[in-house]
Ligand binder design. Structure first.
Ligand code: SF4
Length: 335
């Protein structure tokens, strides 16, 4: 593949020659300072003799046509498939990462796939578009831009599934190319972000603010017993999102022990009081990773709009984006 110049890089003072320059990466809030030969925290951006190289540009770790509900997106083309591509690396260090084998480890180099080929693959699968997902897509910012532009040009949708840990300038550049995003809000505690995830809360909140006005936004919080499951914290999460827009769908998902966490998994019983708390502020709050049905009801009259059982989806009283019974407009992107 042709060499792609990295964006959001600043050259710092050189010791002797330009090749000795340190580089400051301005893509995400870590602002890594990279000496020659060193990579940033994410592991995918590297100073090579004073130039920022992208050794994992276009290296796809996994690709599959998934139900859009798996992202999860519940108010975006329900029942349709979206071609989903994953990368390597991450700029956070979540000890409960559900995809740690590609986010925290680099088991291989993946399939080198130029953006045009990714778009062709999505078209062949007859999917509505491309979801950038599985590991952290934002650290592959240049590839995302190229692929999202090409996907748009070919009539496909772009979906981001991410931790939202990105600086404001790149965020405002990328968001207009996105048709939908599901962003993790892993906690409302800066201590949790700092001590457990190796990041900070504020940039994620800022990303959510930007996304809420620029694309269809849904939010996911993985509920971890004893870590982020207090009613006060859920009240803060729901209040923050409701201030942005009470129509933002919030997914409260059960956590399973994974990677470095051995804390017992959460169950629907853990979620139930938190669902109640969040529903006092937000119109659409869903449990995730639980058995049984997860349906969308009209927030005004209670009519069944969309029935979901696993990834089986059926539309009921949703007509042209409104409740067929009472006429309330239902927030989302519908066919
Ligand atoms: S994108 Fe990677 S290299 Fe750049 S600041 Fe973030 S962690 Fe560091």
């Amino acid at each position: 593949m042709p060499v792609t110049p990295a964006l959001y890089v600043r050259q710092e003072a050189a010791e002797s020659s330009p090749e000795d320059s340190s580089l400051r990466c301005l893509l995400c809030p870590h602002s890594c300072l990279l000496q020659n030969g060193k990579s940033g925290i994410c592991g995918v951006r590297k100073n090579e003799h004073g130039d920022m190289s992208l050794p994992f540009y276009g290296h796809i770790s996994a690709a599959a046509a998934d139900p859009v509900e798996k992202k999860p997106l519940y108010h975006f083309f329900p029942g349709r498939n979206i071609f989903s591509a994953g990368f390597y690396g991450c700029n956070l260090r979540c000890p409960f990462c559900q995809n740690y084998h590609i986010s925290q480890q680099f088991p291989g180099e993946g399939q080198e796939t130029p953006p045009e080929e990714l778009v062709e693959a999505a078209l062949r699968e007859n999917s509505i578009g491309i979801a950038y997902t599985y590991s952290e897509p934002l650290i592959h910012f240049e590839y995302l831009l190229h692929s999202a532009q090409e996907a748009r040009r070919r009539g496909l949708k772009n979906v981001l599934v991410s931790n939202g840990y990105l600086n404001e300038a790149p965020a405002t550049r990328l968001l207009p190319l996105l048709d939908a995003a599901n962003i993790d809000l892993k906690s409302f505690s800066n201590d949790f972000y700092h001590n457990e995830l190796g990041g900070s809360l504020e940039p994620v909140l800022r990303f959510l603010e930007l996304a809420a006005t620029r694309t269809h936004l849904e939010v996911t919080t993985l509920i971890i017993p004893g870590k982020n499951d207090s009613p006060i914290e859920m009240e803060r999460i729901a209040t923050f999102l409701a201030d942005l827009n009470p129509d933002i769908p919030l997914h409260l998902s059960c956590y399973r022990p994974m990677y470095r966490y051995t804390i017992r998994g959460s169950t629907y019983q853990n979620l139930a009081p938190l669902l109640d708390t969040a529903r006092r502020k937000l119109r659409y709050v869903y449990p995730g990773n639980v058995p049984g049905e997860t349906n969308t009801l009209c927030p005004s009259c209670g009519e069944l709009l969309i029935r979901r059982q696993g990834y089986r989806v059926s539309l009921h009283a949703l007509k042209n984006g409104s409740c067929a019974k009472c006429g309330l407009h239902i927030a989302g992107v519908w066919e």
